[in-house]
Design a protein around this ligand. Structure first.
Ligand SMILES: [Fe+2]
Ligand SMILES: [Fe+2]
Length: 481
């Protein structure tokens, strides 16, 4: 019976919900991309069946490529929204249209690299690389032949931007990228293409100013990249993109919501800081997204702002309102409210979805054991259902780590300063084991090895806490530190 109850409460891993209308729009844009990219094949006269067949093959090929691009982006970002998919394919559509209109005047570098920067920043390296390969390979006008060397430089530069764009952590580094990539492209074009041009063009001025020459092309690329960086914050808010720079901005402790937490719920704030430490160390150990978990951890309990003194960490020994209420079911509702209110705060403060996900998932469908026991004392038949959080259980490794850190934090803080490493590890292992047994980690994809590493990471943080709590011997005359 308990297993059935648990299963019924654990939501199945849900695929991202994209409405039918959004799906239809996305599909229509993909069709449009395929038409734009292939219709020139039909403009041959006389047209024979072989030509129509080859057009049809190209059309299907582009349609499938667009589909694969969407699948790759969904795989890399399980929480991707329809708006973000729309952004990826609209950028592809824009590039194909630009190629038709301006292929003879604008260098392919300026057309493909700036969108790759947006996609790598917002959706990750793999999606950006997939986008780059499709955008570089499909040329709508069969008459335009790209120089092989230029194509090679395009692929290298776009790949570098995609790889670095997914990792860059500040706007300053983005600026550096927008300067060094054009310089790199200029030098490589000079070496691989420019030499031929110099021998062909006698007048030096022609070499610098001629249409499609490498200097103006690289300058245009630099300008296009700088403009893209300027517009990235706008893309972030319109399409809900979560770039590294945005994550770091959200992790700023001077943000009003976090300031409120530190003033109105100081106990929760302290708990949050300690959890950040635990979660960060564990995520580093398993190679997860550290910036994501640091920011997610900072906001995971903001919902406690709705009633700070109902949570033990903020009570400082004074009266416990739960005792006055004396109704375990109502108390459980107050606890659940910290998740519901947290999601409201997230909406009001426009927190990106991957950050908001930490709010319900850190509690999963955990049982509020203390109140359940109290209720059982009054009524033996009470249903466990009222004493479980509504979930969902953690859907990613990061939210699962946060749940485990949340569980271990209080236990580690309460532990005796003289406790041995072995005892601390045992406490950590027991807490993690109980979460695992309860089915809370079922959707998180954490492997046994990763759980082992998480335990070691928590132990390391515990050692650090213990070290901090040991008082240093100081003499009166020794005031330096
Ligand atoms: Fe919580
Ligand atoms: Fe918490």
């Amino acid at each position: 019976m308990p297993i059935i109850l648990r299963r019924s409460q654990v939501p199945v891993k849900q695929p991202i919900k994209i409405s039918r209308i959004d799906n239809l729009i996305i599909f229509l844009v993909c069709i449009l991309i395929s038409i734009i990219s292939s219709y020139k094949l039909l403009l041959i006269s006389p047209l024979n069946i072989a030509d129509i067949f080859s057009w049809f093959l190209t059309f299907i090929e582009i349609l499938i490529s667009s589909g694969v691009l969407i699948l790759v982006s969904k795989k890399e970002n399980p929480t991707i929204s329809s708006r973000q998919i729309f952004l990826i394919i609209t950028l592809l559509l824009a590039v194909q249209a630009t190629k038709l209109a301006l292929a003879s005047t604008i260098s392919p570098l300026s057309m493909i690299i700036p969108p790759a920067l947006i996609i790598s920043q917002g959706m990750g390296t793999i999606t950006a690389l997939a986008w780059v390969s499709i955008a570089s390979l499909i040329w709508p006008d069969p008459e335009i032949v790209i120089n092989n060397n230029l194509f090679f430089i395009l692929l290298v530069c776009a790949s570098i931007v995609s790889l670095l764009g997914g990792r860059i952590r500040s706007r300053a580094q983005l600026l550096q990228l927008s300067i060094f990539v054009p310089i790199g492209s200029f030098l490589s074009q000079w070496i691989l293409i420019g030499k031929d041009k110099i021998s062909l063009i006698n007048n030096k001025q022609d070499f610098v100013l001629a249409n499609g020459d490498i200097f103006s092309d690289s300058l245009l690329l630099a300008i296009a990249m700088l403009f893209t960086i300027l517009f990235i914050p706008i893309f972030e808010s319109i399409f809900g993109l979560l770039t590294k720079a945005r994550l770091l901005e959200l992790a700023d402790k001077e943000k009003p919501l976090i300031r409120r937490l530190s003033l109105e719920a100081p106990g929760t704030f302290e708990h949050t800081l300690l959890i950040c430490g635990l979660a960060e160390e564990a995520t580093r150990m398993i190679g997860g997204d550290i910036d994501l978990i640091k920011t997610g951890a900072l906001y995971h309990d903001v919902g406690k702002l709705h009633a700070p003194n109902w949570f033990i960490e903020n009570q400082d020994g004074s009266k416990n309102p739960h005792d006055e209420l004396d109704d375990p079911i109502k108390s459980a509702e107050v606890l659940q409210a910290h998740v519901d209110e947290g999601l409201k705060f997230a909406r009001k403060n426009r927190l990106p979805k991957p950050i908001a996900n930490f709010i319900p998932e850190h509690q999963g469908t955990l049982k509020m054991g203390y109140f359940f026991q109290k209720a059982k004392e009054k009524n033996l038949d009470i249903n466990e259902y009222y004493f479980r959080y509504k979930g969902p259980i953690p859907q990613s490794k990061e939210t699962a780590i946060l749940m485990l850190a949340d569980g271990c934090e209080a236990a580690l803080r309460a532990m005796n300063i003289n406790a041995s490493d072995k005892e601390a590890l045992k406490t950590i292992s027991n807490i993690i084991y109980s979460r695992k047994k309860d089915g809370q980690l079922d959707d998180s994809n954490l492997s046994k090895g990763e759980i082992f590493l998480i335990k070691r990471a928590f132990l390391n943080v515990w050692k650090r806490i213990r070290h901090r709590r040991i008082q240093y011997p100081t003499s009166k005359n020794n005031t330096f530190s």
